[in-house]
Design a protein around this ligand. Structure first.
Ligand SMILES: [Mg+2]
Length: 237
């Protein structure tokens, strides 16, 4: 029997967005006249903190060996707004394609009557921009529930965003599946009681995915994934 809903993580799961986020942060820092720069190695470490504002605060506290600006809350809020503008412009320009198999899974699951939802720590504008750029202007509407960013106080690996999404869906965890790309995301979904599948990417390969139902490189072989997940999907949407 099909699950009633599939709940997707966004960054690294729907699309390889982390590199875009990193570049957008660096542009926002540069525009603000800050000497901050996040290279790939540093960003891989900063991903241990979910949520953009939380990540910048962690960077200042743990990696910035200089005096923190006095108006830090305000500065971080401004940087996050500007970074989101830069990032969504990149997405709208077509710079963030969906990962292999994702568009097909969304279309075929929707055709099978499975509900679709998002559970992410990123801002809702980022999610809507990504879905619209890749799936057309009704793309975001295919998703009945968008659980994003600041909707809950505790970000992943806390289960809160998944719990919030399940409540909005009116479904129990046993009726749904989650798809994630990272150890922290897997921990959040599992703590909410969800059966969770993982697709890895350059930033998450090698993390600890114990507790996942199965781990895939990507969903390019969608039928193999569907069999593992017990999904009965129409041959095409
Ligand atoms: Mg992710």
């Amino acid at each position: 029997m099909n699950p009633r809903a599939i709940i997707f993580d966004v960054d690294g799961t729907l699309a390889d967005t982390e590199e875009g986020h990193r570049q957008a942060y660096n542009r926002a820092f540069e525009e603000a006249g800050l000497p901050w720069h996040w290279d790939q190695a540093l960003y891989a470490r900063l991903l241990a903190v979910t949520g953009g504002k939380e990540r910048m605060r962690h960077f200042v506290a743990d990696f910035w060996n200089s005096v923190a600006p006095t108006d830090l809350d305000d500065l971080i809020a401004r940087l996050y707004r500007r970074k989101t503008e830069i990032y969504t412009a990149m997405v709208r320009a077509g710079g963030m394609p969906l990962r292999p198999g994702i568009a097909e899974l969304i279309a075929r699951a929707h055709a099978a009557g499975i509900r679709l939802a998002v559970a992410t720590t990123t801002a809702q504008e980022n999610v809507v921009a990504l879905l619209t750029a890749n799936l057309g202007h009704n793309g975001a509407r295919l998703f009945g529930v968008l659980g994003c960013g600041d909707q809950v106080p505790h970000k992943k690996p806390a289960p809160d965003i998944y719990v919030w999404v399940l409540r909005q869906l009116g479904l129990g965890a046993a009726e749904c599946l989650a798809l994630e790309d990272s150890e922290l995301g897997l921990a959040a979904a599992r703590a909410a009681g969800l059966r969770t599948f993982v697709t890895v990417n350059a930033y998450t390969r090698g993390q600890d995915f114990r507790g996942a139902e199965a781990v895939f490189e990507d969903l390019s072989d969608l039928n193999t994934f569907a069999r593992a997940a017990g999904l009965e999907l129409p041959a095409s949407a």
